[in-house]
Design a protein around this ligand. Structure first.
Ligand code: C2E
Ligand code: CA
Ligand code: CA
Length: 673
């Protein structure tokens, strides 16, 4: 910092041409002052050490150390004599002569054998030298300064005003060159150090120096400015560490607290962390606005204070999450049993209705907990472990508590790493459509294909969707992936149909995408490939349809309006319900492989499939059985009346370049299937 100011001073000042002379003059004078001060100090040292030498000899002590110190003080004196410049050359010359003579006499006196009498003489000589030469030096310096000042004071004042803070910097520069001098230390370096130290403290968020010296000069100005900055920094710090909505300390505050606890007790002693996730927060916010939601969180925060006999601090770590840090100090450990008790109490208190603005809300919540250092090695992992535990608790419904373990964060990290790999894979076009044919067995004809995404990595590895779809669905990546793969699939189909085929293409539409942006994705793909929308089928699982029924049907309506057909995927697992068939006006139904396989042993399943055939044909819905793996599977499905099939018995999903060859072979009867 000092150096920076010095450099700033040295850059700013010379650029002001008019002030160059003043600068060199000021520099020269400061230098002379410094040299003089050093010489004065060395003379004072000669006096002190010669007296010490005398005292040691008189007391019969070893005079060695004092003698050594005296000799080095003398060496400094002789050295400094060479740098004794002054405007008053005659005066300097006389003074130099006086000091040299005195030093020569000392030299003679200090020759061995040294006795008490000579030591006494030396002490007297040292005192005289210091008195007279020191006084002489002060006079020279004052006269020098007076003359110099008279010459430059007018310009100096101007410089002073014009340069403002740069002047401080120049002084910093000047006086850094004379760091040795006490003068510089007291007047400049100490205040400067205190100011820069405080500035650094403010910048790095520590508590700044409270006893900065307020002088009347530029440093005083800086100090006063610093105090204002300090006050602002305090204010900012308060904002940075407090959650305005609930008035609770926030996540920054929790992090700081955890670092502090770790600093105080790096190894022994445990403490516990509970994250309480208020699930209803988001619902209240979207239904009644932020103000009410915040008021509800404020109430929640109040209820979570003083939960237990154990000392507990409360934080709001994000919009819907309140953290409880339970710390017994280093004397006793906090255990999972403690956390269980506290979490139960917390969830119970939150379950009481909250009243805000005459509205009554029920807050449902979950808790994730961990104990430190058993469950986490560092504060960051500690919080992550709790977050992951909270996520698990939430997946079980309301009012659950789960504990986190180190493994959780490993999984979380792997998940994050995979997300990044997928992101970069997407950028590099590594996600491509493979195509699994759908055949009309009786006519031995390929009617279309399902698009199945494959991750082709540069090393040749091909990864299946089970490894990456759920990760992509956990972020916005699923949209990019669907966009890329669908666009490519549509273009490929366009090329095939241009060669005279009449194929339809289906793609898998993630439940996560049943929002407005899927329309853009599909519209874009249709536009770029200019395929007939009637050739495009969107496969949606039934799970995607339950839940947010109203929103979903709007999006599906829009898709249908684009001319796209909807197909119900994985029928026979999960939420199978025939109501979906008419409610969402689907054009296709895909029997899940589980059902296809079960049919072989189970007559009732066979009856279900037979009635599905009748139902779909009456409703004009296309029925496809998936997972046809063997000749027997195929024959059974045929017997039950299913015409369209998909499965390993015909082909696995293949890259686009193999598809047409396969198709020709199949249709020509060359393939066994
Ligand atoms: P899905 O939609 O049910 O796709 C059919 C899956 O069954 C495919 O697995 C296919 O390779 C496999 N399969 C086909 N024939 C047989 C058979 O005879 N026996 C057996 N046991 N399996 C067969 P894949 O390609 O691993 O895809 C798995 C799932 O990943 C798909 O299930 C689909 O839900 C999802 N998926 C694939 N691509 C995408 C995509 O681009 N977006 C989305 N959201 N999901 C996709
Ligand atoms: Ca599918
Ligand atoms: Ca399926």
């Amino acid at each position: 910092m000092n150096l920076a100011i010095v450099l700033a001073g040295l850059v700013i000042v010379p650029s002001l041409d008019a002030d160059r002379d003043i600068e060199s003059d000021v520099l020269g004078r400061a230098n002379r002052v410094a040299m003089t001060v050093v010489l004065q100090r060395a003379l004072a040292d000669v006096r002190r050490e010669s007296t010490a030498l005398q005292a040691d000899l008189a007391a019969g002590a070893d005079p060695g150390p004092a003698l050594t110190r005296l000799q080095s003080a003398r060496a400094i004196v002789r050295n400094q004599l060479a740098f004794l410049p002054s405007r008053n050359e005659a005066g300097v010359k006389a003074l130099r002569q006086y000091i040299e003579d005195g030093d020569a006499q000392l030299e003679a006196l200090l020759q061995p054998p040294l006795d008490a009498a000579r030591a006494e003489q030396a002490a007297r000589l040292g005192a005289a030298l210091d008195d007279r030469a020191g006084r002489q030096l002060s006079m020279l310096m004052e006269r020098d300064n007076a003359e110099g000042l008279r010459d430059t004071s007018a310009e100096f004042t101007r410089l002073h005003r014009r340069l403002g803070i740069a002047l401080g910097a120049v002084l910093g520069a000047l006086l850094l060159s004379v760091t040795l001098s006490v003068f510089a230390y007291r007047r400049v370096l100490r205040p400067l150090g205190s100011v820069t130290g405080s500035l650094n403290a403010v910048l790095t968020g520590r508590q700044p120096n409270s006893n900065m010296i307020e002088t009347a000069d530029e440093f005083g100005d800086i100090v006063r400015a610093m105090r204002r900055i300090q006050a602002q920094a305090e204010h900012i710090r308060r904002i940075a560490y407090l959650d305005p909505g609930s008035g609770l300390p926030n996540r920054n505050s929790l992090d700081a607290e955890l670092r502090e606890v770790r600093r105080l007790r790096p190894i022994d002693g445990t403490h516990g962390l509970l994250l309480i996730g208020v699930d209803t927060y988001v619902a209240i916010r979207s239904g009644f606005g932020t103000r009410l939601a915040e008021a509800a969180m404020r109430t929640a925060g109040e209820r979570l204070r003083n939960l237990d006999v154990l000392p507990t601090q409360t934080f709001r770590v994000d919009a819907e999450t309140i953290a409880l840090l339970i710390d017994r100090g280093s004397t006793e450990a906090v255990t999972r049993v403690d956390l269980k008790r506290i979490a139960a109490e917390a969830l119970l208190r939150l379950a009481q209705p909250v009243e805000v603005d005459e509205q009554r809300f029920l807050l449902t919540a979950n808790a994730g907990g961990a104990v430190y250092p058993d469950d986490a090695r560092d504060p960051e992992e500690y919080v992550n472990v709790c977050l992951e535990a909270l996520r698990l608790a939430r997946s079980e419904g309301a009012g659950h508590l789960r504990f986190g373990e180190r493994g959780h964060t490993h999984r979380l990290r792997r998940h994050l790493a995979l997300t990044e790999q997928i992101r970069s894979g997407l950028r590099q076009g590594q996600f491509v459509p493979f195509f699994q044919p759908i055949v009309d067995v009786a006519r031995r004809k390929v009617v279309g294909a399902e698009t199945l995404t494959r991750w082709r990595q540069p090393d040749g590895r091909v990864t299946l969707p089970s490894e990456f779809i759920f990760v992509a669905e956990g972020s916005d990546l699923i949209a990019d992936m669907t966009r890329a793969v669908l666009a490519r699939a549509c273009t490929t189909f366009r090329n095939w149909n241009d060669r005279g085929y009449e194929l339809r293409v289906s793609f898998n539409l993630s439940a996560k995408l049943l929002s407005a942006n899927v329309l853009d994705i599909v519209r874009e793909a249709l536009k770029e490939s200019s395929i007939n929308p009637a050739h495009l089928i969107a496969e949606v699982t039934e799970t995607a349809l339950v839940g947010n029924v109203d929103d979903v049907s709007l999006v599906l309506d829009d898709l249908r309006n684009l001319g796209v057909t909807l197909s119900l995927d994985d029928f026979g697992t999960g939420y199978s319900s025939l109501t979906h068939l008419y409610r969402f006006d689907v054009g296709g139904l895909k029997i899940d492989p589980v059902l296809t396989r079960a049919a072989a042993q189970n007559r009732r399943v066979q009856e279900i499939i037979r009635s599905l055939v009748q139902l779909t044909s009456a409703l004009d819905i296309t029925l496809i059985s998936e997972g046809v793996e063997t000749e027997d599977d195929m024959r059974l499905m045929q017997k039950l009346g299913v015409r369209l099939m998909q499965g390993f018995h015909f082909s696995r999903a293949m890259p686009e370049e193999q598809f047409l060859d396969w198709l020709r072979n199949y249709e020509a009867g060359i393939l066994a299937a």
